[in-house]
Write a protein that binds this ligand. Sequence first.
Ligand code: F6R
Length: 608
Amino acid sequence: MCGIMAYVGDKDLNSVLMAGLWRLEYRGYDSSGVASIMDGELEVRKALGRLMVLQDILSDRPIGGGAGIGHTRWATHGEPSDQNAHPQVDCSGKIAVVHNGIIENHYSLKEELIKNKHIFQSNTDTEVIAHLIEENYNGDLKESVLKSVSKLRGSFAIAVIVSSEPDRIVIYREGSPLIVGLGNNESLAASDIPAIIDHTRRVIIMSDGELAVLRKDSVEFYDKEGKRIEKKEKEIKWSPTSLDKGEYAHYMLKEIYEQPEVIERNIALRIEDGEFNLGESFHFSPHDLAHLTDIVIQACGTSWHAGYIGKYLFEEFARIHTEVDISSEFRYRNPVMGGETLVIAVSQSGETADTLAGLREAKAKFLKVLSIVNVRGSTIARESESTVYINAGPEIGVASTKAYTSQILQLYLMALYLSKLRWALEASSIDEKLKGLIEIPKKMRTILNKADSIKQIAEKFKDSRDFMFIGRGINYPSALEGALKLKEISYIHATGYPAGEMKHGPIALIDKNSPVVAIATQSSVYEKMLSNIEEVRSRGARIISIATEGDKRIKDISDEVFYIPPCGENVSPILVALPLQLLAYYSAVLNKRDVDRPRNLAKSVTVE
Ligand code: F6R
């Protein structure tokens, strides 16, 4: 994880680097730092804590010069501290490195470097890179970086400066994202596009094994052998205004409220005159997909929950056996998969290390690989044979909201598309389902207009410290997601469970006043859910039910009920997500948590 920002040009380094780091803060925020070359000397400022601390330091002691690098950190090796913050510096104090990723062989490299009299100041794997470059430095930073990275194992993106070459920054990518911005008499590099978009819309995406030398009036690209290469630039069309919070108190709240529009836009994009259009990056032909025997969905966290919902959809609509796996498990379990298996990677960021590794694992087995991704041009998207974009727009809040519901929508459409190819459902039934979708954005708005009643529920339960979320069928993954949302941003313990499993163990946790969030919308398992609610209620649980408007029975067995508009069972997870997101949001706000940047987390998990 971590965010890298680099700038060479005439603007004030303090403001350009800080503005970029603010935009990258979602990638990590336990410490930060910047470095530049001022009058031939390397200057470094570092701070433990949120970026505000670094900003205050820079107001007192600004850096200067023409080229600077910055970093916002999510600790992997070494606890968050001033010492372990990046930039990391070599023994001579002339070379500074910022790094995103992990150097797997740092231990053996460090031992060797110590034997060669290098003195280490931090507990990071990154410091090894600074000393290695020092060891290899021969007056040409590009050459010494190339020589050094050839010794590194792991996944990393780095930006390096040296005091004897003050007009340039050298960057290198191997497994962690890095983009270059081509400005007007200025050049930039960053871990993600939002960091540079205020300066330029001309962007080049680095691939693994590539190095770039940034000067203010030029950027040169090289492969790992040092051979010059040409790279294609692309123009970013989306607007930076979508990166602001606007009238909302938090990005998360803004992103929750954007969902009806995201779903509406995607329905319009994906269904044209009753025909499916899965987008320009969907390259599979009907022939490729008509004979699939299995689907394996692999993803992490919230994207895994969306994938889990996808399993129900593929099996129900397309009658294809579907497995869903957590990527960090999938990648190491040597799964048995045949030639007609489609492996789907679901990811908001498109950079999640485990999901990417799972995708590579599937490719190594010569399987068809599809990704469902939000960030265009991300590594997972680029390495997949086909990609269906989530089109949710930039998601800044660490907790995924709008990407999740749009992932479900894409899986829903994909399942209907496969159903059509395989004649699994009648054409009229597919049409009916597509018509039902059109109503969903309006229903989402109806739910959001009642956000206050969720806030009132959150107020009543704000001091509870253990929640249970239960659901069945396609809303079992919704229960998992509701629990994850709550715990990750409010730090209140929450567990999601299939309601039918409660009596096999977890019901022992229920005592007087235990809050249980029960997803009991109208469905084929509604009656079963009512029995499961009774089971926990009779043990004293306080029930918060998510039910369907018009349900007269639910309020008799619930302490609180939030009603969603009627909808088809298979599309209900999109609507159910909203009250669960709002419950998590208000619980976090009432507990005074940092909603957009919860502790210990980062938006893009580029380490395994
Ligand atoms: C939780 C959340 C995470 C991500 C997970 C995978 O709100 O956002 O659980 O879903 O880290 O990330 P992506 O989707 O970027 O692969």
